[in-house]
Design a protein around this ligand. Sequence first.
Ligand code: NAD
Length: 482
Amino acid sequence: MQRLTEQFIDNHWLPSRGKRSLAVTDPYRQKQIAEVTAGDPDVEEAAVAAARRALPAWQALGGERRAAYLEAFAEALAERREALMRLSATNNGKALAEAGIDLDDAIACYRYYAGQARALEARQGRRVEHGLDGIEARTYEDPAGAVGLITPWNFPLVTSAWKIAPALAAGCTVVFKPSEVTPLPEQAVAEIALAIGLPPGVLNLVHGDGESIGAPLTAHPGIDKLSFTGSNAVGERVMRAAAQGVRGVSLELGGKSPILVLDDAEVEAAADWVMAGIYFNSGQICSATSRLIVHASLAEPLYAALAERIDALRLGDPLADDTDMGPMTSARQRQVVEGYLAIAAEEGLTAVRDARHRELPARGEFVAPTLYRDVPVDSRLWQEEIFGPVLCARSVASEDEAIALANDSAFGLAATVISGDAGRARRVGRALRAGSVWFNSEQLVLPEAGWGGFGISGIGRELGPWGMAGYLEVKHLIGPAG
Ligand code: NAD
């Protein structure tokens, strides 16, 4: 069994003297595959101090040279792609093909921010046009400082890439705390930093859970900015911690995203996009389109097409080529989803497909892919993020009703619109309160486009130029010309 007792600080692997051991599991084989010793206050201090020491030189290096490191990072990830896919599939339980998509996403992200680091250098000192004679004004963008980055377990190496790459491109130094549930693939981040010769202290990785490392990191006065992806409950705590010392915070939180099937949609294609929006990664996706809003005229054929596709999903070993859906990532998450299925039974929801319709694999933290129809809007299943393969559907009589129902949520992360008329789909998409809206498409994610939510789905944006802007402070230099 692998023992991940080491923390990565100042380009050294340091043993943690923390007293608590955290088990790392393979959710398909249901066995422990590694152990992490949670960091302690000394680890925290050392990591923050290393990041602060490294900051001036990393900033002074300039965007062009930082870009070279980011490209080397992408290269190193690409070289390790197959091994990391397997590690991610084993630790997270996601099907191998899905792990491949994750790796490609992470590699593209590091490459994209190499370009952004160069673009940043090129625009430093840009002249500001204004109306005052004899006065010169220029803008500069400086790094926000030493940043604390905290990620969840559903997309290891991806959610971390979305933070680490723009932070390093901006000239920030990093203390990164991955989820204690999936530390194995994330360990590659430190291994790569060492392999590509990243200067000591620029990227530090500390292991542990929220209590041992997460909360102390958010409270540390040496951290200038926090970027957190995870649940709303923890996000609120992170924001409260950031208030101490008025430190910057960006939050990528949960969702309860709608998928709208309008009356002119083609049912078979619509069914494919609905499936991809909820059962991918066993439904453990922040942007899962878990509320299906379908025009009444298409409801029956769409439910029938979905039932057929749900029955055809192959649940099994994440490492097997013919697996469509792996187990939930942890026993805990399986229990969370089962709790919602119990609520569905208590509320008497009508199932198109539920646990009774399928025999689960003999082992693994599986839950059956489910579809409930005519779900009341006050049902907890309609209102709350479940983070599992549970789709709730309602039919509506008009486009206006569909838009109103879609927007009737405190979350606002993502949405999908399906229509036979692309112009109509775009127009409806513009009316939705969500950070990413796909139309007639699966959930494509581009490093060039922004990611993040309206409402309680978060604060700020990742990816695109906005992703790096979150790690920069704008400075104006103004004085007599010449
Ligand atoms: P979580 O909030 O339980 O944990 C996230 C991270 O925070 C982990 O690393 C955890 O150790 C750490 N943490 C826990 N308590 C902490 C504390 N008090 N202070 C600081 N850090 C603490 O979330 P999870 O269960 O790992 O992930 C699932 C959630 O993440 C879902 O709600 C999902 O929607 C959300 N998510 C959002 C996005 C997005 O882009 N919006 C992406 C992926 C996941």
